[in-house]
Design a binder for this molecule. Structure first.
Ligand code: FCB
Length: 468
């Protein structure tokens, strides 16, 4: 018999979504195009040419969705605000746009659910992309203005603020890999975008802090655990260094240590990055934060040598087969003997324990920053049973394995303060369109009806018992 393992009393259980993935109402109440509206119209960019015009229609159904969160017992809800709704074209504030978030926040608070707000989950106004997007330094300052306008309207009620979601994706994957909006393929542009995103983060942290010292301010990063195929092969170890560098240290080091890693700077020498980084930038980027959000889906097994197994069919996605980072040419991914999700992502819960231990000891603990898991979840090819329900034992197992990995970290002395399952409901999975379902709640895209899957019921039981 196994004994039930309790979660710490203050541990927060939540679920996450993002504006473009669920809201719909893409051209309503003054919202104008973001880079994802435009990118999704590019032939071949998104599976089935799906777009977020309607998505889950959360814009009109948010009250029901909050009621659903309440039924599941969620303590907190992580959502993002859409820059293109709040400040269409990056221009003046749109009262109707910001009012949507104000109503959402009221609804959450009324149901005693803590709002966990992300300012940027990848949907830059297209008008700003037309001026260079994140490759343009001005965008960082405009992001700060946008952050302040959201704070003007919601700062009295929202206390937990995340500047950016996964800047790796909105820089390298988007401006170098070309797989996400705006679909550019230019190494120097990707590096500049990465730096300007971090600069925007630092500027917003400074000005929100100045407004209200009591706010909890943070950033969410998609961090990874890279392991070598052969720990004695110098090439494999260098592949690990480069993957760790681009996913983890490129973002963690400037934020926590005020410096880009020297080895990465060497790797990208000649791409003009030294001119992008201006005096004083790193002081801004390293402005103290209160919370670090870690998004974890899987780790990586990497090598300098190709895998015998053809990676064309099984390459972890959206990790491109060729890493977008300029210094990662020649890194090869290998698969382990692990189960795969519908994304072809390996199910590797122990990687989460190791990642949390490392981030805690090297970064958050010395800085006195609280650690949260702000995304973790799995897509599976759900089947609707004859009873009309989804019996997703695979997703429930994934959830339990990762919560258990967090408890392992906590038992090893890493204070983890909360967990947000990705995602509350099936939604627009970026370049995969509606093809991949991550939700614990099923969305029928014909009727837009929501129905909790077995995994939602399992999560609700864990939350109410506060044990695993
Ligand atoms: C993360 C994103 C999130 C969702 C999940 C599956 O990279 O932040 O929007 O797409 O992956």
């Amino acid at each position: 018999m196994t004994t039930a393992r309790p979660f710490p009393p203050a541990f927060l259980f939540g679920a996450a979504t993002a504006a473009y993935q669920i809201e719909g109402a893409a051209h309503e109440d003054g919202r104008t195009d973001s880079i994802w509206d435009v990118f999704s119209r590019v032939p071949g960019a998104v599976v089935n040419a799906d777009n977020g015009d309607v998505a889950c229609d959360h814009y009109h159904r948010y009250r029901d969705d909050v009621a659903l969160m309440k039924d599941l017992g969620l303590q907190t809800y992580r959502f993002s605000t859409s820059w293109a709704r709040v400040r269409p074209d990056g221009g003046p504030v749109n009262a109707k746009g910001i009012d949507f978030y104000s109503r959402l926040v009221d609804e959450l608070l009324e149901k005693n659910i803590l709002p966990w707000l992300t300012l940027y989950h990848w949907d830059l106004p297209q008008a700003l992309e037309d001026k260079g997007g994140w490759t343009n330094r001005d965008t960082a300052y405009l992001f700060n203005d946008y952050a302040l306008s959201v704070h003007d309207a919601l700062g009295d009620r929202v206390k937990n603020w995340t500047t950016l979601n996964e800047p790796w994706c909105s820089s390298f994957l988007s401006y170098i890999g070309g797989e996400h909006a705006p679909g550019r393929q230019d190494p120097a542009a990707g590096l500049a975008a990465g730096h300007h995103l971090l600069l925007g983060h630092g500027l917003a942290v400074q000005s929100l802090r100045e407004r209200d010292a009591s706010l909890g301010l943070g950033i969410t990063l998609n961090l990874t655990v890279a392991d070598p195929v052969d720990a004695n092969d110098p090439g494999d170890l260098d592949a690990v260094r480069r993957i760790d560098g681009q996913f983890n240290r490129f973002f963690l080091d400037p934020i926590f240590r005020g410096a880009y890693p020297a080895d990465l700077l060497e790797d990208v020498a000649g791409l003009g990055f030294d001119e992008v980084v201006q005096p004083g930038d790193l002081d801004i980027i390293s402005a103290p934060i209160d919370a670090l959000g870690v998004n974890y889906y899987h780790g990586e097994l990497v090598s300098a040598h190709p895998s015998a197994q053809p990676m064309t069919t099984v390459a972890p996605s959206p990790r491109p087969k060729r890493s977008p980072f300029p210094a990662a040419d020649g890194v090869h991914w290998h698969l382990r003997d692990l189960p795969l999700t519908a994304m072809n992502w390996e199910v590797q819960p122990e990687g989460l324990t190791r990642l949390l231990q490392r981030v805690h000891s090297e970064y958050t603990d010395p800085a006195g920053v609280k650690l949260y898991v702000t995304e973790n979840g799995a897509a599976y090819d759900d089947v609707v049973g004859e009873d009309g329900l989804v019996h997703d034992a695979d997703r429930t197992e994934f959830l339990e394995l990762h919560l258990s990995a967090i408890l392992d970290a906590i038992e090893l002395g890493v204070p983890v303060h909360g967990y947000f399952y990705w995602s509350l409901m099936d939604n627009y999975e970026w370049a995969w369109g509606y093809d991949k379902r991550f939700g614990i709640v099923r969305v029928d895209y014909d009727t837009l009806e929501r129905s909790p899957k077995d995994s939602a019921r399992a999560y609700a039981r864990i939350i109410s018992g506060r044990t695993l």
